[in-house]
Design a protein around this ligand. Structure first.
Ligand code: ADP
Ligand code: MG
Length: 450
């Protein structure tokens, strides 16, 4: 006979114990253990899944290699050229960032091309979905919505055989056989498992929307990220209309590819020319502003870094950064002090990247250093100049990868000057319309502009 037992599960990391504790021993989180009841039937819950015999790799039937296009170019690119049949995609992001919106738009585009999609919502009523669908002009007839009971959903998927299933959100789905409430680790894990299994069996692609925690990671056990084929994160500043969709895991394509969208009245609009929006657009007459180039996936993006150096009023100078890594900036300030003699010890330094983009590659080092030097000396950098280069601790400027792409983007946007590392001189000869200033050290680079 089935025996009911209870177990305390950490809602952050999935660690289990049979008695309540104030602090999880797995991840050190306080007050995260929740009692969950389960029925021990003596067999594993996944035992009902097919048991397959080992097959020779040569005998396995190849899957359909054709990608299913969502017909939203930015979205297809981050997926690695479209959806793979039977794949599972997890999409996370803070509330209100646009997860439901983008997937509703994907449904529309998908249906326009004859595909059948099933949109399952546990967060909104179908009338509310209709309200949103009207605003986004989602008119397709081949579109269905239903509620959050997993057994009912699986039955619908079996009956309708949709090619695209959207679960909004995985934390609101529940399997009545489990006693724990929706959103608990065991519910999330079990629901995700069964939905993914169903999608692999019916070769329908599935999108799971996941809530994120205060720390910005997808709520629930990390295992959710291991279960799916692709993990996408929606990022963006709360007060900006731009949204960045980033692939952090992809079994069928490259990661770190980004898609850029703008939130408008009638949904998310693709931004095809991202560099143009991240440059502040105004004539940069003030000091402390430098244009740098960063590679996001296969694309080069030009962004503006701003620095402000002011005399410190307190004993310990402040260093505040936004959009760049704090430790990297601390290192750049130390190199500036030691190798160029810039005395920043008595000054507060603020560094910001315009447009809410996050820059984390070394090729931005030289641009950040020059922006700080320019603010300190109060001398503006020419507005048609782009700065590329990695900085070493000795104050030397090192070459960067994918140099061609960076220069081509600068050329396309009408830049006329470039400060580049000497190591990249050979690659630079292919671009004719930019005047190159090759430098091998930070001192040389600062001399060129200030
Ligand atoms: N009438 C409207 N006009 C413009 N933007 C809207 C309108 N209604 C909602 N939005 C935008 O849509 C966002 C909600 O997106 P949604 O897809 O529901 O987010 P999520 O599912 O990630 O929580 C809001 O933050 C708002 O920016
Ligand atoms: Mg939503």
């Amino acid at each position: 006979m089935a025996k009911t037992s209870s177990v305390y599960v950490c809602q952050q990391c999935g660690w289990k114990t049979n008695r309540w504790m104030g602090k999880c021993a797995g991840c050190d989180e306080w007050d995260s253990l929740v009692e969950e009841k389960y029925e021990s039937t003596g067999t594993h819950t996944l035992a009902k899944f097919d048991i397959e015999n080992p097959t020779c790799i040569l005998d396995i039937k190849p899957v359909n290699k054709l990608r299913i296009k969502t017909n939203i170019e930015e979205f297809d690119r981050i997926l690695g050229g479209g959806l793979v049949a039977g794949s599972a995609v997890l999409i996370g992001g803070t509330p209100g960032i646009g997860k439901s919106t983008i997937l509703l738009q994907v449904c529309q585009k998908f249906s326009e091309h004859g595909g059948l999609s099933l949109y399952v919502t546990g967060e909104e009523s179908t009338a509310q979905i209709k309200l949103r669908a009207d605003r986004l002009c989602v008119l397709s007839k081949k579109f269905f919505g239903c509620r959050n009971n997993l057994n009912v959903i699986l039955e619908h998927i079996g009956k309708l055989n949709p090619k695209l299933v959207i679960i909004d959100s995985i934390q609101t789905m529940f399997k009545p056989d489990l006693e724990s409430s929706p959103g608990t680790v065991s519910q999330v894990r079990q629901c995700a498992n069964e939905l993914i299994y169903m999608s692999k069996r019916t070769e329908s692609s599935i999108f799971l929307i996941g809530h994120v925690t205060k720390q910005g990671i997808i709520a629930g056990p990390k295992v959710l990220e291991h279960l799916v084929d692709t993990v996408l994160y929606f990022e963006g500043e709360k007060f900006m209309s731009f949204r960045i969709l980033r692939a952090v895991k992809n079994r069928f394509g490259p990661t770190n590819e980004i898609g850029i969208f703008e939130m408008c009245k009638n949904g998310l609009r693709e931004v095809k020319n991202p560099s143009e929006i991240f440059l502040s657009g105004t004539q940069r007459l003030t000091s402390g502003s430098a244009i740098i180039s960063c590679i996001e996936g296969t694309r080069a993006l030009l962004v503006e870094v701003q620095a402000l150096v002011t005399r410190s009023n307190f004993g310990i100078p402040e260093r505040k950064v936004s959009g760049v890594d704090y430790n990297r900036v601390a290192m750049i300030i130390a190199v500036l002090e030691k190798r160029t003699g810039l005395l920043l010890g008595g000054h507060d330094v603020f560094v910001n990247v315009v447009g809410g983009v996050k820059v984390d590659e070394p090729a931005a080092d030289l641009g950040i250093a020059i922006a700080i030097a320019s603010s300190f000396k109060d001398k503006a950098i020419p507005s048609d100049m782009i700065v590329i280069g990695e900085l070493g601790l000795g104050g030397e400027v090192r070459g960067v990868s994918q140099f061609d792409g960076r220069l081509k983007e600068a050329e396309r946007l009408g830049f006329k000057n470039a400060i580049i590392p000497k190591d990249n001189t050979r690659d630079a000869s292919r671009v004719k319309s930019l005047k190159m200033n090759e430098v091998s050290s930070l001192v040389e680079a600062i001399d060129k502009i200030c």
